[in-house]
Design a protein around this ligand. Sequence first.
Ligand SMILES: [Zn+2]
Length: 169
Amino acid sequence: MGTDSFANLKRLQLRVLPDQVLRSVGADIETFDKGLQDFAKRMLSFMRKKGGIGLAAPQVGVLRRIVVVGVHGQEMVLINPSIMPVTTDSDTKTEGCLSIPDETYDVTRLFQIEVRARDVKGKKLNFAAHNLLARVIQHEIDHLDGVLICDKEASGIGSRERGIDNANI
Ligand SMILES: [Zn+2]
């Protein structure tokens, strides 16, 4: 990727399967400048417009490690995010994805995680997340690694709840 090439995007466009950009791995972000901050704002408004609760940069064709999340009325931008399990507890719920229109999949994920990331100014973030927020963050980080929910359909092991049908992340 060229330096901050995402800053020059004219208009964000949703990428859907079988677009191969969704299968590619995003590069770390190293420059926390105005171009990045503008792009983060555009991602947030794009997510809202599409009725999503999360969006990862590859979903708009940008192979960089930035995601936005909007859960329970709280929005956040996570740059170069990583997670660690807090416990081994997991649960299985139905997820949708803006990039896989009209499909839902049952996906097993960690229930409680610790998140490390940077904000748009490069400040370190470190917080705990559980339940829906933890699920959305895991979904978005998967996007940064080219992994989609259709790859992760639950095996049927473990507790099964139907919870966030129609959520677009
Ligand atoms: Zn998705």
